[in-house]
Ligand binder design. Structure first.
Ligand SMILES: NC(=O)c1ccc[n+]([C@@H]2O[C@H](COP(=O)([O-])OP(=O)(O)OC[C@H]3O[C@@H](n4cnc5c(N)ncnc54)[C@H](O)[C@@H]3O)[C@@H](O)[C@H]2O)c1
Length: 392
């Protein structure tokens, strides 16, 4: 008999919210997970109203504290198997901590928190209570991200000398926060977003993509947090020059004032033997440039092992559920893949078995904390004359 679907509880998501939508498509994409309840809004009445109007049946809770308390009293099978936190950044720490203490696994949006000290407390709690914890770095869920990771980490590009991880957008090029756009309002408010808008919001994605694919860590950085739109309280342009723990160097950068750019996350990795180039808006392929050879374009789902360059591609990666090449996978599929990987750890946890949560399939709590350490160092560097600052 097939397994029962896992129950997921939403924290945030009512009233024109954005990221809850791709998440819930990802949650439902395999039929093995479903949303059963939610605390969808900070206002208790609105929270209940949004739950009642949800397009499919869900139990509403008037607050996340009530949801966590009541759900954790139910037996496994009836309670939520994990909580999805899709609130603004300043409402990640408290619900995450309450879930961890109640033994409820957490899938939390990025950036993990609004400060490094909050992130440290969550790391400690996850270690103590031993619950699965995912941080929603969406783009790791593309099949090509996993494939790029295999290529770089198995040494096919040689020693990595230089990386360029950038995420460019244009939606904050004007005073979007004055035009009734709630996503812009809270992202440019230091109380809700934290000490960085552009860096925290999308610079952390660029960092995570670089770390996931290469396995390299930033040891020191020199940062410029810049604000081009007059009157804005946080950065809308974010540039870091980084030193890597293998001696390599790179740029991790982001912009929200680059007209014409939508969700232009790119990663270029230059090694002693060749270069890898990956673009999230074209997530179906990975380009490889080798000296003296025609450029290679590897499409998802038609990769042939042992083609003169590739070797030892893991069986699980070749078998990872997907659709035939040419039927495009994209953003929603990346969410689906992350929730699928997380599901495996949650099922193991429910059965009292060991689970990996090692960051090899989705970003874990340590990755979330590393993102916050990166932002803290970047803010310190930018405020101290762009000096070199070590990562804590
Ligand atoms: N992984 C990604 O690709 C990605 C993309 C966009 C946003 N995000 C992250 O997702 C989070 C949400 O961003 P968004 O753009 O969806 O924001 P949003 O403003 O569209 O939605 C936020 C939701 O949180 C709810 N909320 C706020 N306080 C609450 C509380 N106390 N209790 C219950 N609900 C509460 C709001 O009512 C709203 O439904 C942010 O942390 C953001 O950085 C991640």
């Amino acid at each position: 008999m097939s397994q029962r679907p896992l129950n997921v509880g939403l924290i945030g998501g009512g009233g024109g919210a954005f990221i809850v939508n791709p998440h819930q498509r990802g949650i439902h994409s395999d039929g093995t997970r479903r949303v059963t309840c939610g605390a969808l809004h900070p206002d208790p009445q609105k929270a209940m109203q949004f739950a009642a109007e949800w397009p499919y049946p869900m139990q509403g809770y008037s607050s996340y504290s009530e949801m966590i308390e009541q759900e954790s009293r139910k037996p496994v099978g009836e309670r939520i198997d994990y909580a999805l936190i899709v609130t603004p950044n300043n409402v990640h720490f408290d619900p995450a901590m309450k879930c961890i203490r109640a033994g409820i696994p957490v899938f939390c949006e990025k950036p993990l928190t609004v400060s490094l000290s909050e992130a440290d407390q969550l790391v400690e709690a996850v270690e103590k209570y031993k619950v699965p914890f995912a941080v929603s770095h969406t783009y790791l869920g593309h099949w090509t991200s996993l494939f790029a990771r295999h290529i770089v980490r198995s040494g096919l590009l040689g020693e990595i000398r230089w990386v360029d991880a950038c995420y460019h957008q244009g939606w904050l090029a004007g005073r979007t926060e004055d035009q009734g756009v709630q996503q812009a309002e809270w992202r440019t408010d230091p109380k809700q977003a934290g000490g960085s808008c552009c860096g925290g919001d999308i610079g952390t994605h660029a960092l995570m993509q670089m770390r996931f694919v290469t396995g390299l860590e930033v040891t020191e950085l020199c940062a410029y947090l810049e604000t081009f739109v007059p009157g804005r309280r946080l950065d809308d342009h974010f540039t870091t020059y980084v030193k890597l723990n293998n001696g390599g160097r790179g740029l991790v950068r982001a912009s929200q004032i680059a007209h014409g750019h939508k969700n232009d996350l790119r990663l270029e990795v230059n090694g002693t033997l060749g270069t890898l180039y990956w673009v999230q808006e074209e997530p179906e392929w990975v380009r490889i440039f080798l000296p003296g050879q025609p450029d290679r374009v590897y499409w998802r789902a038609v990769v042939q092992p042992n083609d003169g360059f590739l070797k030892d591609i893991p069986e699980w990666l070749l078998k990872e559920p997907t659709i035939p090449s040419g039927h495009p996978e994209a953003f929603h599929d990346a969410f689906g893949r992350l929730h699928r990987f997380f599901e495996a750890d949650v099922r193991a946890y429910n059965e009292g078995k060991p689970f990996a949560a090692d960051g090899s399939r989705y970003a874990n709590i340590v990755d979330g904390r590393t993102g916050m350490a990166f932002i803290a160092a970047a803010i310190e560097s930018s405020h101290s004359g762009n000096s070199w600052v070590p990562m804590k």
